[in-house]
Design a protein around this ligand. Sequence first.
Ligand SMILES: Nc1ncnc2c1ncn2[C@@H]1O[C@H](COP(=O)(O)OP(=O)(O)OP(=O)(O)O)[C@@H](O)[C@H]1O
Ligand SMILES: [Mg+2]
Length: 260
Amino acid sequence: MPPVCDECLGNEVLLNIEDLWKSYGEILGVAGLFMKVDSGSIHGLIGPNGAGKTTTVKCVVGLLKPDKGRITVIGRDVRSDEGFKRFIGYLPEAPSLPDYLTPKEFLGYIARIRGVEPGEETRRRVQEFLSMFELNDCENRFILELSKGLKQRLALATVFIHQPRLIIMDEPFIGLDPEGQRLVKNLVKDIVSDGGAALVCTHMLDMAERFCTSATIINRGRSVAEGSIEELKKTVGLESTGTLEEAFFRIVGGTEGGRL
Ligand SMILES: Nc1ncnc2c1ncn2[C@@H]1O[C@H](COP(=O)(O)OP(=O)(O)OP(=O)(O)O)[C@@H](O)[C@H]1O
Ligand SMILES: [Mg+2]
């Protein structure tokens, strides 16, 4: 279990996005998005293809510069404080891994740049995560030679190795076997129960309903509904026996016919 981080204490909102705008030339990626992720929550970011989920998380982790808006991570403005990165564990939509390194070398590298103590502590964590993600058999092979699922396991190991407080994952379960999915869910739950939080972009509504505690539904770059999973169902008049999928189609269907 990761230790509670002093800088997280007293911060109820671990991620706050206010009026985020990001265009790609003429194309609107995100258009005035507001979203909060509270300590102790697993928050889904759910929306049709092209809704703006990946653009949003890329702005949060600093890969894209917003046109407008304010993003804070654990109270730090991401524009002016690079230090926020060590608190984040990020899984991109399409992780790019260095072909010419081995899983062992790559995990050691990520641990180092994310502030894990060099030497024995880094070696211990690398071995722990190689073993946890069942990558021992390929730890000294080139990443180039790994199967798609093994690469996804390695990318996910890099999310957790530095004990982040805020997990941000863009479609984490694509290509991952059930055992890998359970491992990731348990790692997230441990962090969340210790005061951290997670933001999960996904199309898998069944999974989101069971795994997430709250969600933002995004369509055409805007938040169209947010709240706990139960609140989202109530918003559209569903009983608790209704599903998040039904709620999703009622909500997005009511905003100019979005797709999933
Ligand atoms: N690099 C880019 N250049 C131009 N337009 C882009 C670029 N990246 C995203 N877009 C556009 O921005 C909008 C939002 O895309 P984004 O990738 O954020 O959606 P998404 O919700 O993650 O979709 P998906 O579910 O398909 O992953 C879309 O219209 C998309 O075509
Ligand atoms: Mg995406």
